[in-house]
Design a protein around this ligand. Structure first.
Ligand SMILES: [Zn+2]
Length: 89
């Protein structure tokens, strides 16, 4: 008889406290958004580019992580192959 359902649904889904700092700022080596861990980079990649296949990689010039789109990586690979073939004319 005294069933009271308390719902704590006042918290808006998707609301992220601004204080939470995800990115570590700009990378000192290449100026990209940098993350202190692979996990953080992946999380932000999913948030910023939902539906896109993003991959994260460790920065060669610093100890941070960056994100890039898999498509861009593939395109770069294809262009590299084309450039390799174009030498002999
Ligand atoms: Zn970097």
């Amino acid at each position: 008889m005294g069933r009271s359902r308390s719902r704590h649904s006042r918290y808006a889904p998707g609301a992220v406290p601004r204080r939470e700092q995800r990115a570590a700022g700009k990378c000192p080596a290449c100026g990209k958004d940098s993350y202190t861990s692979k996990k953080l980079a992946k999380q932000d990649a999913r948030r910023l580019f939902p539906g896109d296949t993003m991959r994260v990689y460790p920065c060669p010039g610093s100890r941070y992580w960056h994100m890039t789109s898999a498509d861009a990586q593939r395109a770069a690979g294809i262009r590299a192959r084309l450039a390799d073939r174009g030498g002999a004319g």
